[in-house]
Design a binder for this molecule. Structure first.
Ligand SMILES: [Zn+2]
Length: 320
């Protein structure tokens, strides 16, 4: 049996844990509903159950545990500052409790940083030493890899590009600011903007649709619906404005875009590229490859596995 670690991804809905080998292959995966409205003890219990399932299936003991969580945190110390989607876990000793229950060394990482690390190890940005990862989901997450290393910052907020302002008088954001990128490019924002534009597009097919999702808006946009195309044009424009600034400031070789709303790629990539061409310096804009993420929802788990191997095991991982 090859060496393996356990790697997990804690989402607002599901908790997933997988056994991952040094090549980044997922040998076995287990999943449960995320326990809510409790301190860390129920999450630790659920993680323990999934870890036992993985160990049983593999028939061996893992080397360590890497855990991607939706938190702003000090990854080196494992201290959690805030978890906007799972606030009940803020301030709990999640890492220490997992370590005690699982009997393994545990490393915690912000989920978007973990996904950036995963894409950098085995995904879309694996050929590049400096890249920016953006995930367009319920919110907008980000992770920055500079010269092969994740940029975290002393307060853990480096890479939070979803909360950079692109419209000073824009809608209020959960972070306390206004007009953050998240208010224009997340799946949640796609749906909100679709509703806001109904009066301007009275003939749109989505008017009267109940339970509208970002995917519905995308599908209607692909079918030619002008309202839905306008929504994605705006999302692409705002994302492009922000990426143009990051291209100037960080000079990345690649920008990787993932998350559910990245499915709208065909509708937003044109306006996005147009903003970059208009706003960024020529050379870094030409250099920066704009790529779709390639690891899907496994990116965070693969990044967490990379961290577990590299922090706690004697030999580094195999980099292709
Ligand atoms: Zn914000």
């Amino acid at each position: 049996m090859d060496d393996f670690v356990l790697a997990g991804d804690l989402g607002g809905t599901n908790l997933r844990i997988a056994a991952v080998d040094r090549q980044g292959r997922l040998l076995y995966r287990a999943e449960a509903a995320t326990p809510r409205y409790s301190d860390e003890t129920r999450v630790v219990e659920a993680a323990f159950g999934l870890a036992e399932e993985c160990k049983e299936q593999i028939g061996a003991d893992p080397l360590a545990f890497g855990f991607a969580i939706p938190a702003i945190m000090d990854a080196a110390e494992g201290r959690i500052f805030s978890l906007p989607n799972l606030p009940e876990l803020a301030g709990t000793p999640l890492g220490a409790s997992l370590q005690a229950k699982l009997g393994l060394d545990v490393v915690l990482e912000n989920d978007a940083n973990a996904a950036a690390i995963g894409e950098h190890w085995l995904g879309a940005s694996s050929e590049f030493s400096s890249s920016i990862f953006v995930t367009l989901g319920t919110g907008v997450g980000g992770g920055i890899i500079l010269d092969g290393k994740p940029l975290r910052g002393p307060d853990g907020t480096a890479g939070e590009i979803g909360h950079m302002c692109v419209e000073p008088l824009g809608p209020p954001c959960g972070c306390g600011s206004h007009g953050c990128l998240e208010q224009f490019a997340s799946a949640t924002a796609i749906v909100r903007m679709a509703h806001e534009l109904k009066s301007e597009f009275p003939d749109s097919k989505i008017i009267g649709a109940s339970g509208l999702t970002a995917l519905d808006v995308f599908r209607s946009g692909i079918d030619g619906d002008p309202l839905c195309r306008e929504v994605f044009r705006r999302a692409g424009m705002y994302l492009g404005i922000l990426l143009a600034g990051l291209i100037n400031a960080l000079n990345p070789e690649a920008i990787v875009i993932g998350g559910g709303a990245a499915d709208g790629w065909d509708l937003f990539i044109g306006p996005l590229r147009a903003e970059i061409a208009k706003r960024a310096f020529h050379e870094p804009a030409e250099r920066a490859r704009i790529l779709r993420a390639s690891l899907g929802s496994d990116a965070g788990i693969i990044g967490a596995a990379y961290l577990a191997f590299s922090r706690f095991t004697a030999h580094s991982v195999n980099v292709n």
